[in-house]
Design a protein around this ligand. Structure first.
Ligand code: ATP
Ligand code: MG
Ligand code: MG
Ligand code: MG
Length: 480
């Protein structure tokens, strides 16, 4: 009489069998003749109905089998009388594994707000919404590895602690073993990082790209999939201080190969979720539809969640350059109200998320691959174009999300790279190891970074990035 998961119970015919099911009580309905207890064990969004006869199961046990309690139920699978589910479990014995006091258990069967659930991130995983989100997140992570593995890419683990700030954005978390209340000092009174564990200043990685490039120069095609850390001060719905990034890096790829890979990859993982997460996505689709109603009319999605996913999986992304995008924004209706005015006045400024979303959601109504950005607003390692003004960058913009991917063809020409680094005040001596890949056997190569949580947001339809990672790290929040 082994434990069986609810997912397996629902998939095959177990009529007449004696089984043991364990799970948490979601709801209980009782009258004096019978109790119906819906339990969930996390294997699927669906609950399984336990039928308990008060002549068989003691009053005390039935009382303790309240919402949130954990049960071990042993009994027989029979055909269900009611609608909804074809079979149910008639309990011969119920053991209470863990009680949950109805007066203090926070997750009573009613609709809780996402804000409230964020305060109890340690318990919210037990709700339908978060169960669905984390099962979909798992499926997407698996699909990422499957896609790259099937294409012959190698998974590389890049370091979490580094001495470089790849983006030069200065949003790093410092790592030190020094006692900062009483640090060792150099003769001129500064903190002596020579006395630190690594004998230098270090920080948590903001991107695995630079190390990824080194690996691609030996293995050809690689990807990383690891945590990255940015001390973002912005409290937005799409930034976390700790997020997971997928970063493929490929020797012998040019900018167009890079765009093709990114588009194929995104379509693959979205299709994978559509095929493998049907029950969870059906639930999230209904949930998203309910949320739509509470949004202002001009912010509502034209398509429901499932239709959005299918649309992205099946249709070509729009490709255009930054300069073309600026023209569209200039001539847009929005700009009649001078909303996008500052873009018109000066070519070369970065797009804000309102511009990105206008292009994707109002103008093209599909994902957009924006290429060839002004070099001033992009990182030093991007390959310079012939025009001397732009670099071979690409950002992929998604409806409801904005930027989901940032990538580029990398600058493989030593002299041009060194000059660009000097212009941007990046110390070339310290980066000798990076420049060695341009000194010895340099080749055209390219890559991109996909923020995994933004992908999970898109696929689950969750509006806030805090709701697609189990334990979000944001300003002021690191308790659990
Ligand atoms: P943004 O403009 O949204 O701040 P970025 O241009 O700073 O993003 P990149 O350095 O290009 O980000 O990183 C690659 C990808 O990582 C982004 O396209 C995005 O999907 C994701 N990303 C970046 N910062 C964050 C963050 N703080 N939280 C979650 N995902 C992020
Ligand atoms: Mg940023
Ligand atoms: Mg950006
Ligand atoms: Mg970017």
């Amino acid at each position: 009489n082994k434990r069986i998961k609810i997912k397996a119970l629902l998939e095959d015919d177990h009529l007449g069998q004696s089984v043991t099911v364990m799970g948490w009580v979601r709801t209980k309905r009782s009258n004096k003749n019978v109790s119906f207890i819906a339990i969930n064990d996390g294997s699927t969004i669906k609950n399984f109905q336990v039928v308990a006869d008060p002549n068989q199961i003691s009053e005390d046990i039935l009382k303790k089998a309240s919402t949130g309690a954990c049960l071990k139920v042993q009994g027989q699978i029979v055909a269900s009388q009611g609608s909804g589910q074809s079979s149910e479990l008639v309990a011969q014995n119920i053991e209470i594994l863990g009680e949950a006091d109805p007066d203090t258990y926070p997750l009573q069967p009613k609709k809780h707000s996402l804000e409230f659930l964020r305060e109890i991130a340690h318990l919210r995983i037990r709700t339908n919404t978060f169960g669905a989100v984390f099962r979909v997140r798992h499926a997407l992570a698996f699909a990422v590895h499957k896609y790259f593995n099937d294409k012959g890419f190698f998974y590389i683990h890049t370091p979490i602690i580094t001495a470089s700030d790849a983006e030069g954005a200065g949003e790093t978390f410092k790592v030190t073993t020094l006692d900062l209340k009483n640090p060792p000092k150099t003769e001129d009174g500064k903190i002596d990082f020579k006395a630190d564990f690594f004998e230098r200043e270090t920080n948590l990685t903001v991107s695995g790209q630079l190390e990824g490039e080194l690996a691609a120069m030996g293995l050809g095609e690689i990807y990383t999939f690891g945590p990255t850390f940015r001390a973002e001060n912005s409290n937005t719905a799409r930034h976390l201080a700790e997020f997971w990034m997928i970063e493929p890096e490929m020797a012998f790829y040019d900018a167009e190969d890079n765009q093709n890979l990114a588009e194929e990859f995104l379509k693959y993982v979205i299709s994978y979720a559509l095929e493998n997460c049907k029950d969870d996505l059906d639930f999230l689709d209904k949930r998203a539809a309910e949320e739509e109603v509470s949004k202002p009319a001009d912010q509502r999605n034209e398509l429901g969640l499932l239709d959005r996913l299918k649309f992205v999986a099946e249709n070509e992304f729009q490709r255009l350059t930054y300069t073309e995008a600026i023209e569209i924004l200039k001539n847009s209706n929005q700009n009649k109200k001078k909303k996008f005015q500052y873009l018109v006045e000066k070519w070369g400024v970065d797009l804000q998320s309102e511009h990105e979303r206008y292009l994707v959601e109002k103008h093209f109504k599909k994902p957009v691959i924006l290429t060839d950005y002004p070099k001033e607003i992009k990182a030093f390692y991007m390959r310079q174009n012939e025009d001397g003004k732009t670099v071979a960058a690409m950002d992929i913009l998604f409806p409801g999300i904005g930027e989901i991917v940032g990538g580029s063809q990398r600058e493989e020409r030593l002299e041009l790279l060194v000059n660009r680094m000097k212009e941007m005040h990046i110390p070339t001596e310290e980066m000798w190891w990076y420049l060695d890949t341009r000194r010895f056997g340099a080749t055209p190569h390219a890559g991109f970074g996909l923020g995994f949580e933004r992908l999970v947001q898109f696929v689950t339809g969750m509006g806030n990035i805090r709701d697609v990672i189990a334990f979000p790290r944001t300003p002021g929040h690191a308790e659990f």
